[in-house]
Write a new protein. Structure first.
Length: 201
């Protein structure tokens, strides 16, 4: 299991309500430390739904299904899409526990606290390529959430304490998820994603 999976599900889409803008004159290490300090003030939301291992048992092990697709989000211009370059999509069983994760973390964009460590063993992850294409194989039959995300960036001008202009790059991450059903021997192609609540990184 990829050790980053739990962090990506419980922390990567967390909303950070307090920010700090660093000056280009700061040492990079100081700027990074300040950013971490401000990110730490984001309030954590606890899990209300208990983890029930029996709810996950049916999707454990090896099956004959496949899930394929591309991590992408059509842009408002209708002509292009944001691509999830080198993303690591995660497949997780649909249960009351994961319903809460999707609602609080992906739909509402809240900072969900790390959950039960047993949860990690029921997650499946793959590496998408440079165009966001991915494939899961050996998937047992069942209902799943597929989660990932895309990033975009833009820049703005700001002034330091001496009145000098400098450029700040703003990176936004938009979480994506889809609910799918997999049957033995079936290939499920994911073409439509639901857009979660974006946040600044």
């Amino acid at each position: 299991m990829d050790s980053t999976k739990a962090a990506s599900l419980n922390e990567s889409s967390a909303q950070t309500p307090c920010r700090i803008k660093t000056s280009p004159a700061w040492h990079p290490a100081l700027a990074f430390a300040a950013t971490l300090a401000f990110a730490a003030c984001a309030p954590l939301v606890s899990h209300q739904v208990p983890f029930r291992e029996a709810d996950f048992a049916a999707t454990q092990g090896h099956g004959a299904g496949s899930v394929i697709g591309q991590v992408s989000l059509p842009m408002s211009n209708g002509f292009s899409s944001l691509i999830g370059v080198d993303e690591k999509p995660v497949l997780m069983p649909v249960t009351a526990y994961t319903d809460e994760i999707i609602q609080k973390q992906y739909v509402e964009g809240r900072n969900l606290a790390t959950g039960d460590p047993r949860y990690d063993r029921y997650l499946r992850t793959v590496q998408a390529d440079s165009m966001g294409h991915f494939a899961f194989h050996g998937v047992p039959p069942g209902n799943y959430y597929l989660v990932s995300g895309v990033e975009s960036s833009h820049w703005i001008w700001n002034t330091d304490q001496d009145g000098n202009l400098y450029k700040i790059t703003i990176v936004n991450r938009t979480p994506l998820f889809a609910r799918i059903s997999v049957h033995n021997g079936q290939i499920v192609k994911v073409a439509n994603w639901t857009k979660g609540k974006s946040k600044e990184l």
